[in-house]
Ligand binder design. Structure first.
Ligand code: ATR
Length: 277
């Protein structure tokens, strides 16, 4: 890569117009006075390899990867980090100077960093974590919860075989709970996480019964549109510590920005404001 090129980054997905990542990275570039830019790239699966192979030639130092490409990019990377292998998907590519493509997954890091920042007394070892959903986001959340020492994961998903599959991958610390019993998990949980799309603008309503929530439980929703989901509103009313999903989006971007642009950015209220617009 030529030293005089302006470093570019971006996010590859389909669709991509709704992505908040361009606002986030452009905000940090401005705040830290760095040369560079970050663009949304709408790419279809059949063009993915060709596009990614071309990007370094145009000055790209890396890209974020989102739906539907997070699994496919593992195939074309020269190096895949352990955590991306464990999660089975990558959200960040780094185009190294030697031409090698490095794939990482920072979603689990972002999830934990968000909890640490917004629920400062959070103790992962305090008790089981209840996780709703068994898709890609759940994999990142479960891997990171196990890594920080949560003693047990209670996992519930509408489609039971998907949670059973995650149990066989992540092991004995995962206990599968039937979807109709999902509300009951809350009574035992010190941490509750919604990784499903329920409650998101345009998706089905979040209807899991929440009367089992106990005061002091840390409750996080990965849905960030709306910012205050029904889960978070009811959690607050029950005396829980509610943590919204926007923070995870912001924190997962920190390691990527640092690798691409050379400065570790801070997540502050101004960062949130810039992304909410
Ligand atoms: P992501 O990468 O964001 O996790 P995903 O892999 O498509 O996206 O997973 C979406 C999750 O939301 C799944 O756990 C899905 O449940 P199923 O495995 O049963 O499909 C969950 N989900 C989506 N719509 C749902 C609904 N109406 N009721 C219950 N769960 C739902």
């Amino acid at each position: 890569m030529n030293e005089h090129r302006i470093p570019l980054a971006g996010v590859i997905g389909s669709p991509i117009a709704h992505s908040r990542s361009p606002r986030l990275h452009k905000h940090w570039l401005r705040v830290y006075g760095l040369p560079g830019d970050y663009v949304p790239l709408h790419v279809e699966p059949e063009d993915l390899v060709e596009v990614i192979r071309s990007l370094p030639k145009m000055g790209f130092v890396g890209v974020n990867i989102t739906i539907p490409h997070k699994v496919a990019v593992l195939e074309l990377a020269d190096l895949v980090t352990d955590r991306a292998t464990l999660i089975g998907a990558a959200n960040t590519l780094i185009f190294r100077k030697d031409g090698k493509i490095h794939a990482d997954n920072t979603d689990g890091y972002g999830f934990i960093a968000n909890l640490k920042q917004n629920a400062p007394g959070w103790n992962p070892a305090a008790g089981p974590a209840a996780v709703l959903g068994a898709g890609g986001a759940a994999r990142a959340v479960i891997a990171s919860l196990i890594e920080v020492g949560v003693p047990e994961i209670l996992l519930s998903n509408r489609t039971r075989p998907k949670s059973d599959a995650l149990k066989s991958e992540f092991g004995q610390r995962v206990r599968v709970v039937d979807w109709v019993q999902a509300g009951n998990m809350m009574e035992e949980a010190a941490t509750v996480v919604n990784t499903t799309s329920l409650g998101m603008v345009g998706a089905a309503e979040f209807r899991v019964p929440l009367d089992g929530l106990r005061p002091g439980t840390v409750v996080s929703d990965l849905v960030y549109a709306p910012l205050k989901t029904r889960l978070l509103v009811e959690a607050e009313a029950a005396g829980c510590v509610a943590v919204d999903g926007l923070g995870m989006l912001l924190h997962q971007a920190v390691p990527a920005f640092e690798r691409w642009f050379g400065i570790r950015p801070e997540v502050t209220q101004a960062t949130r404001d810039a992304v909410i617009g």
